[in-house]
Design a protein around this ligand. Structure first.
Ligand SMILES: C[S@@+](CC[C@H](N)C(=O)[O-])C[C@H]1O[C@@H](n2cnc3c(N)ncnc32)[C@H](O)[C@@H]1O
Length: 276
């Protein structure tokens, strides 16, 4: 079973070109101080660091020490160690003074991890300098999908897994997954100006990474047993199917299937606004 950090690395690899497009679109000024909150394996912070000029720095903040160690190691390997800083911290109590950053990137943290996001959002606002921008990446309640003639997977399985996730989210957080209107309205209520929603299409990475991404998604439904989460809610037939699809020893395992092409329906959504 891959550890969390391996899952985060797969995610970074799958979205590598999307991250690069987002960094280009965000156009940070010379010397910009950028904060990546919940940076995971640090793929986005490294893309950002490559673009920063002068005294510009990308600070990767995460609550998990293991993730920061990996982010540091990868930054070092790419000779970006002096441009990527790492800080252990909690988005709900950020260890920075007010008005510190020109750009804050926060991807899949606020809705993924926090039942009540307002404390985190207030902290993000506090450490943003006036004129600085907050960019939040969430899925706005969307369901991603893939299809492939070559891949032997019951296509309805995806719908059932998404239904399961939505049900789990509602029980865990006591509300539906936030949609675009919720995010835009929330950023405006925080006091951000010129709030808008940007959308980035996926540029598919190589086939191995595509298959790993799908394998990882299936695994996520089997690995939350301890928290009483998904697995307990999986029906026995779907559990059996997922166990076979993620088994590296079996020919029917996703990673062992020979596939010519997969098409993904995934949009990356970024909600962005500026502090007055
Ligand atoms: C789903 S991952 C997203 C990682 C990366 N931003 C991405 O989009 O791939 C969530 C990340 O947020 C971190 N995290 C969770 N709760 C946090 C908190 N309260 N404060 C800071 N980071 C947190 C996790 O350790 C993990 O690295």
């Amino acid at each position: 079973m891959p550890s969390d950090i391996n899952r985060l690395i797969i995610f970074d690899r799958f979205f590598d070109t999307v991250h690069r497009q987002i960094v280009n679109a965000l156009k940070t000024p010379k010397g910009a101080q950028v904060l990546d909150v919940g940076s995971g394996a640090g793929g986005f912070a490294r893309h950002m660091a490559r673009k920063l000029k002068g005294k510009g720095r990308a600070t990767a903040l995460d609550i998990a020490h293991e993730n920061l160690l990996k982010a540091r190691e990868l930054a070092g390997l790419e000779k970006l160690g002096d441009r990527v800083l790492s800080v252990l911290g909690d988005v709900e109590a950020l260890p920075f003074p007010d008005n510190r950053f020109d750009l804050i990137w926060c991807s899949r943290v606020v809705h993924h991890h926090l039942p009540e996001p307002r404390a985190a959002l207030a902290e993000l606002y506090r450490v943003l300098r006036p004129g600085g921008r907050l960019a939040i990446r969430e899925d706005g309640g969307r369901r991603w999908r893939f299809s492939s003639k070559g891949l032997a997977i019951d296509e309805d399985l995806q719908t059932r897994l998404h239904d399961l996730y939505d049900r789990w989210f509602e029980e865990e957080h006591g509300r539906e997954r936030p949609d675009d209107a919720w995010w835009i309205g929330t950023l405006e209520k925080m006091g951000l100006k010129s709030v808008e929603q940007l959308q980035f299409p996926l540029k598919t990475p190589d086939m191995e990474v595509q298959l790993r991404y799908i394998d990882d998604w299936f695994r996520s439904f089997l690995s939350r047993d301890a928290s009483g989460g998904y697995r307990a809610k999986l029906g026995p037939t779907d559990r059996w199917a997922l166990e076979r699809l993620t088994d590296p020893e079996l020919e029917c395992g996703v990673l062992n299937q020979t596939v010519r092409g997969i098409s993904f329906e995934i949009e990356t959504i970024v909600y962005i606004g500026a502090k007055p």
